[in-house]
Design a protein around this ligand. Structure first.
Ligand SMILES: *Cc1c(COP(=O)(O)O)cnc(C)c1O
Length: 388
């Protein structure tokens, strides 16, 4: 299936909505049946029937089909957030007494899910450095049921060798989940590499407009059914029809956004790597990345999120740089049409030491490149770096 067919046509039954080119928003909680027999049929397999919007909704279904096709998955479930999608994939895969292996710097709420929430229900966990497969092998126990990956992660972009992890897990009947938010379905296809479940914060590139919080979980129909009957229906973190419609609209331009963002990021990267006030740039496709070869092998293209380490004496220097930027908005999240910065020092007290031996150095600032003209962003970075 080609990309423009998926984005422009797949799942859209235009003849049933009088030819409307943009699909209707089925803003209905419930769907009525003409007879008891039909109603009974609606209950028989809620996964396939449209009865109640916590289960299925026609607008959300269009989006499910598109995101599943983008990931090369049999099916996809949409959630009210990326955290909801990850939690559902994990909760559906483990029971009390099971063990989960997870990369050591996952998205913060993925970490909290394992460390604080599931630990209360007797699910044990080991966080490992996933850049070396030996660490995963070493962490395996007879109780290991799930391996949670995030390749690359969204701050310092460490990768895992997805083929190697999938082989190791499959041989032992262990399920794998990969957070693919950074790469987007266009730049990496974990299911094709043998991973069982792909999760997305659809808030980021998939929607791309910083106006919807959403998540996706892509997998085989069998796994999707299991997640549907379990955490999807019981926890109910579903996406609303209106947000699904906004997401369908956002998805239409995913390829052009990703192309533009990758090209601008290439130029910004070259500027930053040559700048004396930048000690180091973290970016999967940078030649300075020790995992560059793996990134070339398992990713199809580049995204627009990169992190710089500033040459600064103290946190005040980082603050001068960030406060001076005029075309980058300072906030959480990433993946939208607009350039953003996220200074690591913002989540620490103002008097914290820049080296921060227990965690990431406070001299790190993450940039999310948007659809701006490359020269505008470079000029803004140049004037702000001069303020350090
Ligand atoms: C933002 C993010 C999430 C969580 O997604 P929400 O939509 O905010 O719930 C998960 N993983 C990664 C890598 C993220 O950046």
């Amino acid at each position: 299936m080609d990309l423009s067919y998926i984005l422009n046509h797949l799942g859209e039954e235009r003849e049933t909505y009088r030819g409307a080119v943009s699909p209707p928003i089925f803003q209905s909680a419930i769907f009525a049946f003409p007879t008891v027999a039909a109603f009974r049929e609606g209950f028989r397999d809620e996964f396939k029937r449209t009865t109640y919007t916590r289960g299925n909704n026609p607008t959300v279904e269009i989006l499910r089909k598109k995101v599943a096709a983008l990931e090369g998955a049999e099916d996809c479930l949409m959630f009210g957030s990326g955290a909801g999608a990850i939690a559902a994939g994990v909760i559906a895969s483990v029971s009390a007494g099971d063990h989960v292996i997870c990369v050591h710097k996952p998205y913060s709420w993925t970490r909290t899910l394992l460390k604080d929430l599931l630990a209360r229900f007797a699910v044990t966990y080991t966080f490992i450095d996933g850049t070396d497969i030996a660490n995963i092998e070493e962490a395996l126990t007879p109780a290991t049921k799930l391996i949670v990956l995030e390749s690359p992660n969204s701050m310092t972009f460490e990768l895992q060798d997805l083929v190697a992890v999938a082989q190791l897990a499959r041989a032992r009947g262990i399920r794998t989940l990969c957070d693919n938010s950074y790469a987007s379905p266009l730049n990496q296809s974990p299911l094709a590499l043998g991973i069982d479940m792909v999760a997305h914060s659809a808030t980021k590139y998939l929607n791309g407009h910083s106006d919807v919080v959403a998540g996706a979980l892509c997998a085989s129909e069998e796994i999707c059914r299991e997640v549907f009957r379990g955490p999807y229906m019981t926890c109910g973190a579903v996406l609303s029809p209106h947000d699904a419609w906004l997401m369908i609209r956002g998805l239409r331009t995913l390829p052009v956004r990703m192309q533009r963002i990758a090209e601008t990021t290439r130029q910004v990267l070259a500027f930053l790597e040559a700048h004396e006030s930048v000690v180091k740039v973290y970016y999967p496709q940078s030649k300075s990345n020790p995992q560059f070869a793996l990134a070339q092998k398992q990713m199809h293209g580049a995204s627009g999120l990169l992190t710089i380490e500033l040459r600064v004496a103290d946190v005040a220097g980082v603050e001068r740089f960030c406060n001076a930027l005029e075309r980058f908005l300072m906030t959480v999240s990433w993946g939208g049409y607009e350039a953003l910065i996220f200074p690591v020092c913002a989540v620490f007290p103002a008097n914290a030491s820049i080296a921060n031996p227990a965690g990431l150095p406070l001299s790190l600032v993450r940039l999310s490149i948007g659809l701006e003209e490359p020269e505008v962003l470079i000029a803004d970075l140049q004037q702000a770096l001069a303020q350090i």
